[in-house]
Design a protein around this ligand. Structure first.
Ligand code: SF4
Ligand code: SF4
Length: 458
């Protein structure tokens, strides 16, 4: 399929009859493309390596859903600690807001998994089918043996890449040894994991084989959000119209620096023409910057006709990095980071809950008023721990289950009944009891007050 000049009235990836127009971006060469390749390799390396790196006896990131334990870089969180996820989610959100206000869609063009994966996919495609003109010619060709072989091999490699990504993703949840066992066992023995990997691989393969840039153009919510987060001081990829227009082939009288070579369009992975201004399809990958710089160097003209700059910068005005929205985002990020850091610094090695046993709220006997609770201690360390349990309450109170040592296994829990009896004469409605739990090494101390119920309790 031949190249068509993009316009602002229709999507470059949709034909006039509404069918999908498959684009074949040319390969950009330059500083930004090289840096993006290095970034992509590093990110894929980190993604593949995290389940292999042991910290405190567990992978660096291991989301052990089966046992409701989440191991993150040596820190073990249990379900009760999930409120910390609030800081992770809001921090990521405000971080992206901040980044977008400053640098536009730098996330999309440089670190988004979709972009990183598609870079690998395009490399595979280039390896098998050749450069962009060759791929376009292959598209237009009738189905021959060679075309079938090339297309088949490409799809097999896409599927293998998708399978590898899905298996690595699963290892974040089941650990590598279990993943390896699952791969050797029959799928029926781990059918839910098998279905998960199958569905994820199929979705990725569909993305690689057909959907591609459509994800960024029509599906990604962040792409839609960017327009309200950017302003005239946001630095993003743009075209210096003042320097480039009127455009014209080299030697055209009156033409300025843009020689209308379309190289910036040919390399664009979303098929747009950056010279038509900021567009929602632009993922700020800077491929057009490299492409145009290459042309400018060949023409012996200054580079930067297409460059990273702000709308103000392109208009010859000063770019303000410090402005109301970046100040607000900075303050919000700082507050969030401070509270999050404080929360992690006060992170406890164990958690204690005391709950009332099911049944009568209290029991009257000749010994007095009796209340029955359940004590649950979760040891969040990867080592056994012994806890001293004590109970404090009304004068004359007797108890069982307290004044005991409670042993817990590594990352395990212990549940004990706590039964307290207060003589009738000493019982005062509304007076609570206090459960105290201390670790044997004194690093952990928790106190919990629970109501002690009896006749005429409020
Ligand atoms: S216009 Fe330039 S920066 Fe934007 S997606 Fe296309 S090549 Fe990338
Ligand atoms: S690559 Fe540069 S010179 Fe060529 S069309 Fe694009 S902006 Fe103009």
């Amino acid at each position: 399929m031949s190249l068509r000049a993009p316009n602002l009235e229709s999507a470059a990836t949709i034909n006039p009859d509404g069918s999908r127009r498959f684009i074949h971006p040319a390969t950009p060469r330059g500083v930004f493309s090289a840096l993006r390749s290095v970034t992509g390799v590093l990110l894929l390396g980190v993604y593949a390596a995290l389940p292999w790196i042991p910290i405190n006896g567990y992978p660096a990131v291991f989301l052990d859903i089966a046992n409701r334990r989440f191991h993150l870089f040596g820190l073990t969180l249990v379900m009760q600690d999930l409120w910390l996820g609030f800081f992770l989610i809001t921090g990521t959100g405000f971080g992206l807001f901040y980044l977008t206000a400053l640098l536009g869609r730098v996330w999309c063009g440089w670190v988004c998994p979709q972009t990183v994966f598609l870079d690998v996919v395009r490399r595979i495609e280039r390896l098998i089918e050749g450069d962009a003109p060759k791929r376009r010619r292959l598209d237009a060709m009738p189905w021959t043996g060679v075309k079938t072989l090339q297309r088949g091999l490409k799809q097999v490699l896409f599927a293998l890449f998708a399978l590898a990504l899905a298996h690595v993703f699963l290892s974040y949840f089941v650990s590598l040894p279990l993943l390896w066992k699952m791969m050797l066992d029959s799928p029926l023995e781990h059918w839910s994991a098998f279905l998960f990997v199958f569905a994820m691989s199929a979705a990725l393969w569909f993305d690689f084989a057909w959907f591609r840039e459509q994800f960024c153009i029509v599906l990604c919510p962040y792409g839609r959000l960017q327009s309200v987060l950017m302003d005239n001081d946001t630095i993003t990829v743009g075209y210096d119209a003042a320097r480039g227009e009127p455009r014209g082939k080299k030697g055209t009288p009156g033409a300025r620096d843009c020689v209308d070579c379309f190289r910036c369009v040919q390399v664009c992975p979303t098929g747009i023409d950056i010279r038509q201004g900021a567009q929602i399809e632009c993922i700020a990958c800077a491929a057009c910057v490299d492409a145009c710089n290459e042309v400018m160097v060949k023409l012996d003209r200054p580079t930067g006709l297409v460059r990273y700059d702000s709308a103000n910068g392109f208009a010859g005005r000063k770019t303000r990095l410090i402005r109301p929205r970046t100040i607000v985002y900075s303050v919000l990020l700082l507050i969030g980071a401070s509270v999050g850091a404080f929360s992690v610094s006060t992170f406890q090695m164990a958690s204690v809950t005391v709950s009332r046993m099911i049944g009568e709220p209290y029991i009257l006997s000749s010994a007095g008023v009796r209340n029955q609770h359940l004590l649950r201690i979760i040891n969040k360390q990867n080592a056994p721990e012994v806890f001293q349990v004590r109970l404090r309450g009304a004068v004359g109170m007797t108890s069982s289950g307290a004044e005991e040592l409670v042993a817990t296994p590594p990352l395990g829990e212990a549940i004990r009944p706590l039964i307290a009896t207060v003589p009738r004469a000493q019982f005062q409605p509304g007076q609570p009891i206090t459960v105290l739990v201390d670790s044997s090494d004194g690093r952990f101390h928790a106190e919990q007050q629970v109501p002690f119920l009896g006749p005429n309790s409020p």
